[in-house]
Write a protein that binds this ligand. Structure first.
Ligand SMILES: [Zn+2]
Length: 428
């Protein structure tokens, strides 16, 4: 397990000391970050935490501008998600182009503005810290960035991620996207939604997908729609419901759950297609999940089927590797084969005839991997493609890698980007 130990801290042996240290650090941040620091030049903030670790690219340090993220005590689950999101260009560019926070306080005539969320008297902005972190990555001036001011905001608004135990990267991603979405909507302090609506209509007028109201960059990029079709097995009545989604959580089919390696003999290998098929297959619901049929006017046995009604620009697929047994969360360690290029989603679409020849094809851009056995332990890293090359992000260390290595990874979360029908057509 040493190989996958989180880089910067061995948490168990200095837990109390470390908690104290970080608390003091947070206190200091609290005292300074939102007063004097705000008035400092952005550059200063972003360059303040140089790390001595070097970018290793096949043994030599080249001019590649990849930047690692320091581990602040079992924060690899957040780092892996941030590095993945930072390589989703459409998403990342939107944040990088937002004006810095000091530009947003009324002195922005003619500039794009939006309102930051204020939570009680804590004037923190997740969007702003997320923007700063994304700006710090891929700028080439440092080999590792310390995302402490982002994590400070994360810990403040998502207290469930504050502890020092390993946490679930997928759960974190959902919280992060939800909170970014809410803040961009201005939903918390009730400020002008028209600003947001205007912003999102600039994004793509034809691509509205609403989760909790107005569309934002989060829903414009990750939002798709599922059609959930339920049929009463007694009277045959069908009911349909549309469910917006930001990602799909796929089961690894039970017949594959004990297969651990790519080369394990006996039977076929589990593929992403198997997982997608089991997600969209007609399913007879258990006796424990009876459905309230409006025609029969009672709870009945039923079947359920998912169709994809609208595919997102970025398809995020989460493989359900963690399962609860009586008291424990077990990990399914099966290798699942996935395509790096050309994942075809057409057969899961409700009306495939309405989509163009290429709009159902997706190319892989990032993969989050969980190493180790349990959800409360282990380590997260990410692979992501940047300008045609694959990188492995392991906290502060970034290494160049290749497609073959990526293809062998036991994926936990896969990020696929829709292939554009014509290059340059329909830009966000
Ligand atoms: Zn019925």
């Amino acid at each position: 397990m040493d190989l996958y130990r989180c880089d910067d801290f061995v948490v168990n042996d200095t837990k109390l000391g470390l908690v104290q240290k970080v608390r003091e650090h947070l206190q200091n941040l609290e005292n300074s970050a939102f007063t004097s620091d705000r008035h400092r030049k952005r550059k200063l903030l972003e360059n303040s935490s140089l790390n001595s670790k070097l970018l290793k690219v096949n043994g030599s340090t080249t001019a590649l501008c990849a930047t690692g993220l320091r581990n602040l005590g079992n924060t690899c689950f957040m780092n892996a998600i941030l590095q993945s999101l930072s390589n989703i260009q459409q998403f990342c560019c939107y944040f990088k182009e937002l004006p810095a926070v000091e530009l947003r306080n009324g002195k922005t005539a003619g500039r794009r503005t939006y309102h930051t969320r204020s939570q009680g008297d804590n004037n923190v902005s997740l969007v702003e810290e997320f923007r700063k972190t994304l700006c710090a990555l891929w700028q080439g001036s440092q080999t590792a960035f310390s995302p402490e001011s982002l994590f400070y905001v994360v810990w403040k608004i998502m207290p469930n991620f504050r502890g020092y135990q390993q946490q679930d990267a997928h759960e974190f991603m959902r919280y992060l996207l939800d909170h970014l979405h809410l803040e961009l909507q201005g939903g918390f302090n009730g400020v002008s939604r028209s600003v947001i609506l205007q912003e999102s209509s600039n994004l793509s007028a034809s691509n509205k997908c609403c989760i909790n109201g107005a569309s934002t960059v989060v829903t414009a990029i990750f939002g798709g729609i599922l059609q959930n079709e339920v049929n009463c097995l007694i009277c045959g009545t069908e009911s349909r419901k549309f469910d917006p989604f930001l990602d799909l959580s796929l089961d690894i089919p039970s017949q594959f759950r004990n297969k651990r390696t790519k080369n394990q003999e006996s039977g076929p290998m589990c593929t992403l297609r198997d997982c997608l098929r089991s997600f969209t297959d007609l399913e007879e619901l258990d006796e424990t999940e009876l459905y309230m049929c409006h025609k029969c006017k009672k709870k009945q046995k039923s079947t359920k089927k998912f169709w994809i009604q609208k595919l997102p620009k970025v398809l995020c697929l989460h493989l359900k590797r963690f399962h609860w047994t009586a008291y424990l969360r077990n990990k399914v360690d099966t290798y699942v084969e996935f395509p790096l290029r050309g994942l075809d989603m057409k057969c899961y679409l409700l009306e495939p005839e309405n989509s163009g020849p290429e709009s159902c094809l997706y190319d892989l851009v990032a993969v989050v991997v969980h190493h180790g056995s349990g959800v409360g332990s282990g380590h997260y890293t990410a692979y992501a493609a940047h300008e045609g090359r694959w990188f492995h992000f392991n906290d502060s260390t970034v290494t160049l890698t290749d497609e073959e290595t990526v293809g062998k990874a036991k994926a936990y979360i896969l990020f696929y980007v829709e292939r554009q029908a014509k290059p340059g057509a329909e830009k966000l």
